[in-house]
Design a protein around this ligand. Structure first.
Ligand SMILES: Nc1nc2c(ncn2[C@@H]2O[C@H](COP(=O)(O)OP(=O)(O)OP(=O)(O)O)[C@@H](O)[C@H]2O)c(=O)[nH]1
Ligand SMILES: [Zn+2]
Length: 380
């Protein structure tokens, strides 16, 4: 096997490999030939490259899951029947749950420039989701045959301040594929992006053996049908592994308001040259903020921040049903939260205790949203 498979040192004398696909309770393991040599196995000519494996009961008992991308130790290979059993999962360098993949180090985010037309809002959602994994991001804009050079240059110039340097490709015309291959050579890359942007077409070009079904773009939205079903790893001829994942049109954002600030490269750029007055600044309405400003995706950041705050409050409400907040919109861009009182519950209480409860609740909300009475950042 090539050196592109995740490079955990194999346990001495054991047969190791990488899980390239999972189906029901079966695991397809691509064998690592270096380990096969040291494991005293029959000559390479007689070894299949892949074994269909089960998981040892011991692993089931300890709840050890086996994921695509996992490096595993294989026991009792049956060379003729091409079978084996996974007895150990080696430590993972990364783990994603959706899609379930271990040891990936890069996300290839594919978006079409046209058919369907690139939507900056949707692209930002995918980028934020991709950033939240902590993996490297390679942005790829497909179907560039559908626009002229000037429009392509305009997209390039627009995305640069976002913090991304896209690779433009056309699988129809073979444009940009060599450049892309260079970016995919290192390690394991997960392909992601909405349906119908040409992910399957791209993977088929990069790995003819993959032979994925390409869907017709159809319907009002100009989207392809959802044809990619399970996660599978493919080896690239020039090096690297590629994981195909199902296309979807809106990834769920589930990050906290604090985490969100780390998923916009523009924010990091601004914080490199200055500090906000408050070290827990959320860059919305706080005074002395160096991030708020005229950058293109700032309104999207504020929108996602508002969503993240609402999500966090819902989670808190579920954990603490008493803390029920009411969202109030006061003028443009001014959203505040106030406790919504359960009249039934408070009816019997004295006015004083009611007032106290409201103050406690309000205090909680203010702690949560308002930074005006916090100590300024010492470094500011
Ligand atoms: N103009 C143009 N169309 C392309 C290109 N690559 C793919 N397409 C078309 O785009 C449509 C969708 O392609 P797919 O490869 O199925 O897209 P996908 O992203 O894998 O879709 P899902 O499997 O639904 O996630 C098909 O009709 C392709 O023929 C390209 O480079 N240029
Ligand atoms: Zn700020």
């Amino acid at each position: 096997m090539s050196s592109d498979l995740p490079s955990t040192t194999p346990p001495d004398g054991k047969l190791t490999g990488t899980v390239v696909a999972v189906q029901a309770n079966y695991y397809f393991v691509q064998l690592d030939t270096t380990s096969a040599a040291s494991a005293n196995l029959p000559p390479a000519l007689h070894q299949p490259q892949q074994l269909l494996c089960t998981r040892r009961t011991r692993l089931k008992k300890i709840g050890q899951k086996v994921m695509v991308g996992d490096q595993v130790v294989v026991d009792q290979p049956d060379w003729q029947g091409k079978r084996g059993a996974i007895s150990q999962v080696l430590p993972r360098s990364s783990q994603l749950d959706r899609p379930p993949i271990a040891n990936a180090n890069q996300i290839l985010l594919v978006f079409a420039i046209e058919e369907p037309t690139l939507d900056p809002h949707q692209l930002t959602r995918f980028l934020v989701k991709a950033e939240s994994t902590g993996l490297q991001i390679c942005l790829c804009l497909s179907k560039c045959d559908l626009i002229d050079a000037a429009a392509q240059a305009a997209w390039h110039d627009r995305l640069k301040p976002w913090g991304y340097d896209p690779v433009f490709i056309s699988t129809y015309h073979g444009i940009g594929l060599e450049q892309l291959k260079q970016q995919l050579r290192r390690g394991m890359t997960i392909v992601s992006g909405p349906s119908g942007v040409g992910k399957s077409s791209l993977i088929n070009q990069l790995i003819p053996a993959a032979d994925l079904r390409v869907s017709e773009v159809s319907g009002k939205l100009g989207r392809g049908r959802h044809t990619t079903r399970h996660v599978e790893l493919f080896e690239l001829a020039d090096g690297g592994l590629l994981a195909d994942t199902p296309g979807f049109n809106q990834p769920d954002l589930d990050c906290s308001p604090e985490a969100l600030t780390q998923y916009f490269p523009e924010i990091a750029q601004r914080l490199q040259t200055g500090n906000c007055q408050f070290n827990n600044c959320r860059h919305h309405a706080e005074p002395g903020c160096v991030v708020q400003g005229e950058w293109e995706r700032y309104p999207l950041y504020v929108q996602f921040l508002t969503e993240a705050i609402e999500r966090q409050q819902q989670q808190q409400q579920q954990a603490d049903p008493d803390a029920i907040m009411k969202r109030k919109v006061r003028g443009k861009d001014q959203v505040t939260y106030e406790p919504r009182l359960n009249r039934h519950k408070y009816r019997q209480e004295s006015r004083r205790s009611t007032k106290q409860s409201v103050q406690v609740m309000k205090g909680r909300v203010e702690d949560f949203l308002d930074h005006s009475d916090q100590a300024p950042d010492e470094e500011a």
